[in-house]
Ligand binder design. Sequence first.
Ligand code: NAP
Length: 310
Amino acid sequence: MTGIENVIILGSGCAGLTAAVYAARANLNPLLVEGSSPGGQLALTTEVENYPGFPEGIQGPELMERMKKQAARFGTRFVAGDVTRIDVKARPFTVEVEDKSYQARSLIVATGANAKYIGLPSERALVGHGVSACATCDAFFFKGKEVVVVGGGDTAMEEATFLTKFASQVTVVHRRDALRASKIMQERARANPKIAWVWNSAVVEIKDPAKKQVTSVRLKDLVTGAERDFPCQGIFVAIGHEPSTSFLKGQVELDQKGYLVLKKGTQTSVEGVFGCGDIHDIRYKQAVTAAGWGCMAAIDCERYLEEHRE
Ligand code: NAP
């Protein structure tokens, strides 16, 4: 057990690291718990072309390394490992990181969300090389190409519709014969002549990991069991996201899907606990918006600490 921290930041993606830059520059001497996937979702991507300030684009891992350096420059201290438990029912708050325990007057929770993937080895091998879970990030790379979108919810409709601005053909592959998406999003997608549909089907393999590019997907008809190869150069997996909030259950308010509920600005249901980034954001999910929320959380936290000085 160490002394009582002003603030512990949980998460090292865009939201957490931006919160750290602001908290450190406000002399709060923040401690940041990096989690088991340092750098968050961007550390797993390749080219990032829509983060302002990088007109030539930047590799995701490099962008996150730069953010970490910037946070460290102003005195952020980093702890490796995952948060295993928090207790915000008593003050100071307790944060357990594997076998270590820390105490803090305030917390900024920025543990993010992860896109769900189908779970195929070939899919994992081709993430960033034709397999993507974010059309806003990657559609641009598929100009004039044929792509597949997997999923039948609002995200799949949104991604498919957006992709038609770049791709020559977009084929939505859905595991049932009815969409889950809202009526308006369905209608928009169905009316788009560039979108084709494959119903009752699953992607069971993606080719070709040996070539480090997508050349086709293997589709299985879930009614007949028949399989066939479907040529394409990209696949967008749009089957939902999962927030990393299991350690928050019973401590702060979460919505039905496990996303963090914010009450006022970045304030959660517990005073002194702030949240930012994809952990609460199901709408924008962008690096730059996560960074913006990280900045807001640090400012809210600084004001809270100022008002609650012992
Ligand atoms: P979602 O509503 O949970 O839909 C996920 C889709 O993926 C479903 O069609 C599901 O199939 C399919 N799926 C799930 N796991 C699968 C798997 N392993 N293999 C193949 N298919 C799989 O998720 P979402 O579309 O990301 O939407 C999440 C929330 O955000 C929703 O509340 C949505 O309304 C909201 N949203 C709103 C907007 C907007 O309003 N602009 C945009 C995006 C998202 P089944 O249908 O068979 O379950």
